[in-house]
Design a protein around this ligand. Structure first.
Ligand code: GLU
Length: 293
């Protein structure tokens, strides 16, 4: 009897080099390593550096050093998203050609002012699961010739998913399989909560949402292990997977590491980084204990 080949499990840790890694990243990387090892699977490292304005080679070098210090090994070569922008653009182009994506011209400041003006009249404006206002539909309602003119004028623009049309492409309810620390089992996905999400902007040629689903598929990722802060984004990822005919990994969203005030650690607030802890004499074993492993 011939043995049935077992599909091997593929995990990935996918940090962005826009700040030093902190304890939250350590938990994510160590859990990925632990789960990959327990399933005799592979562990990939992906550098998510599409935001060219915030990512630096120094932070990227820090990621490699911190992971080595933690005793985490990964396969080489590492995929760096900044080296694959043309691939993300090609997928975006297919969505544009299918009429599922449209150019939007409002800046962040204009959106804020628009929403504030509407709310000043007593009408609450809908927010996405991260608390940002949904995009107003003025650009969505433009005619094809208006769009052509605005694009030709060189006005800065982002490409947004037309959420309503995208949802019409579905022929079955969206869900994903979740094994993490929040809701578990078959989770219903409602991407409409995010409104018309950005898939590409003028200063970053692909969005996190688009590049993450393309890379997970391209790299054969079977298990996505990441923080609970990305739980609700998974609804958008599931929608893009259906639209682009990509496979769906199993998702495991783990608890977040919080500071003494119960706030999530963040790079931008300058929370204690792993290299700083190393310099203060902490060992990799101490870090495991600190993150509760
Ligand atoms: N690059 C993302 C971050 O650093 C993580 C993306 C993911 O794991 O899906 O927060």
């Amino acid at each position: 009897m011939s043995a049935i080949p077992r599909q091997s499990s593929v995990f990935r840790f996918a940090p962005s080099p826009n700040g030093p890694l902190h304890l939250g990243h350590a938990l994510s990387a160590l859990l990925n390593q632990h789960m990959a090892t327990s399933l005799s699977g592979r562990l990939l490292l992906r550098i998510e550096d599409i935001d060219l304005t915030r990512c630096t080679p120094e932070f990227e070098a820090g990621i490699y050093a911190d992971l080595e210090w933690l005793g985490i090994g990964w396969e080489r070569p590492v995929r760096r998203q900044s080296e694959h922008l043309a691939e993300y653009q090609a997928s975006l182009d297919t969505l544009i050609a299918r009429g599922l994506v449209y150019p939007s011209f409002m800046t962040r400041g204009e959106i804020r002012a628009y929403v504030a003006a509407t709310e000043a009249e007593g009408q609450p404006w809908p927010r996405d699961p991260d608390g940002s206002p949904l995009y107003p539909d003025d650009d969505l309602r433009r005619t094809a010739s208006e769009r052509r003119e605005l694009l030709a004028s060189g006005l800065k623009h982002a490409w947004r998913l037309d959420m309503r049309r995208a949802m019409e492409e579905l022929d079955a309810p969206l869900f994903w399989d979740e094994t993490g620390d929040g809701d578990r089992g078959r989770v219903a996905a409602d991407p409409r909560a995010w409104g018309d999400v950005i898939l590409s902007r003028s200063d970053a040629p692909s969005s996190y949402h688009l590049s993450v689903v393309l890379d997970d598929a391209l790299q054969g990722v079977t298990h996505v292990v990441r923080g609970l802060d990305l739980f609700h984004s998974t609804a958008v990822h599931r929608l893009l997977q259906v639209l682009l005919d990509l496979p769906t990994p199993i998702y495991h969203h783990h608890r977040l590491v919080t500071d003494s005030d119960g706030r999530k650690l963040s790079k931008s607030r300058g929370d204690t980084g792993l290299s700083a802890l190393c310099e203060r004499g902490f060992s990799a074993a101490d870090i495991r204990k600190l993150v509760g492993l």
